[in-house]
Design a protein around this ligand. Sequence first.
Ligand SMILES: N[C@@H](CCC(=O)N[C@@H](CS)C(=O)NCC(=O)O)C(=O)O
Length: 228
Amino acid sequence: MYELVIANKNYSSWSLRPWVLMRALDIPFTERLIPFPGGNSRSTYLPFSPSGRVPALREGEVTVWDSLAIVEYLAERHVGVWPEDGIARAWARSACAEMHSSFTTLRVICTMNCGIRVDLAERPPQLTADIDRLGALWNEGLARFGGPFLAGVEFTAVDAFFAPVVFRCQTYGLTLGGEADRYVSRMLARPALVQWYEAALAETFREEGHEDEARRAGRWTADLRATA
Ligand SMILES: N[C@@H](CCC(=O)N[C@@H](CS)C(=O)NCC(=O)O)C(=O)O
């Protein structure tokens, strides 16, 4: 049985990726959620992950860290992680790698915080550029492979990789244009995302670093999270 080590569902975008993929594909695992301790969290996660970061997937003697490595590990063991069609698979892998290495401004300004709604204070050109690129990428995948998911009819790793961005669209009211906006609505209704979201809203622990980042982003118009 796999054990997936993750952090707070409200904040941890990297944890969400393998979690939502495994849920969507019905891959059984036990979840070990270790909330961000505040300050330097590396020592908290080091017993579970050599990088001191989560997510980490553990199976017997094997530990796999980093969301992309986890996805590839799962792809060697389960069907459906990547699209069956070779062209869609190449596109999906490229889009995942782009998400992994780019969209820095989006990640920094619009940190994942599932349970709040924010009016962005400003939209610097680099944020607009990231949002435009996102819209172009999603609209390309949806048009080329026919939807309803980014690389075709099935939910695959590329949808899991962009699931944190779907929550960011909801939190910060980002619109991407065209079919991409309908994709956001479809994704938010998927059972695996609904499960994650409900658990995120139910969390009562807060971590000041993440809260500060979200305060810097703009004016909060709602905080839907449970209070202790
Ligand atoms: N590239 C890594 C990033 C992992 C990452 O940064 N995780 C955050 C949680 S969302 C973390 O563990 N932060 C703790 C720290 O950096 O001290 C991945 O894809 O898994």
